[in-house]
Design a protein around this ligand. Structure first.
Ligand code: MN
Length: 193
């Protein structure tokens, strides 16, 4: 099986000003595409050839883990955004966030603090853990919560420099804060099952 670059569910300029069309283009068509292409090369003729990306992430290590996890992380990342600005969480997810962090505003601040605090490259995640509790988690490099027992990833911000440097240079926190405006909370709620 060969993995294909997923289409974006919006136009390349639809996320402006939070993420510029130029960043979306390079991040999706160059960075994400390269991780997929590397994954395809690494699985060719191996026991991983017919596995899903999720299976590969759970079983592989080294270069294959890195490329497969980055392929999955980026598809998950880009799918969570929308051209519709300013959506808010609703229902059970909203209640869980408010119960855990006191308010949605406080949750957003904590999430960004964790993203800024990830030294070097990585990701910051909102997950549902094995005890059914919401949790903010940082992972380094290609790290992915699917490798942790019972973890369901709900939301993620990419903190690699390539995700924000064209638009925000060294201001990682500004680049992360801007993303709240373009989160498709209807998609995040679907992940919260
Ligand atoms: Mn990235």
């Amino acid at each position: 099986m060969s993995f294909q670059l997923p289409d974006l569910p919006y136009a390349e300029d639809a996320l402006e000003p939070a993420i510029s069309a130029k960043t979306v283009f390079f991040h999706h068509n160059k960075h994400e595409a390269a991780y997929l292409s590397n994954t395809n090369k690494l699985i060719e003729g191996t026991a991983f050839e017919n596995d899903s990306l999720e299976d590969i992430i759970r079983k592989a290590d080294g270069a294959l883990f890195n490329n497969a996890a980055q392929s999955w992380n980026h598809a998950f990342y880009f799918r969570q955004f929308t051209a519709e600005k300013g959506l808010m969480p609703e229902g059970r997810l909203k209640e869980k966030i408010e119960k855990k962090w006191g308010s949605f505003e406080h949750f957003k601040d904590e999430f960004v603090i964790n993203g800024v605090g990830q030294f070097g490259s990585g990701w910051v995640w909102l997950i549902k853990n094995k005890n059914n509790e919401l949790e903010i988690l940082k992972t380094a490099n290609a790290g992915n919560p699917l490798t942790m027992e019972g973890c369901v990833p709900l939301l993620t911000f990419d903190v690699w420099e390539h995700a924000y440097y064209l638009d925000y240079q060294n201001r990682r926190g500004d680049g992360l804060h801007a993303l709240w405006d373009i989160i498709n909370w209807r998609e995040i709620e679907k992940r919260f099952v």
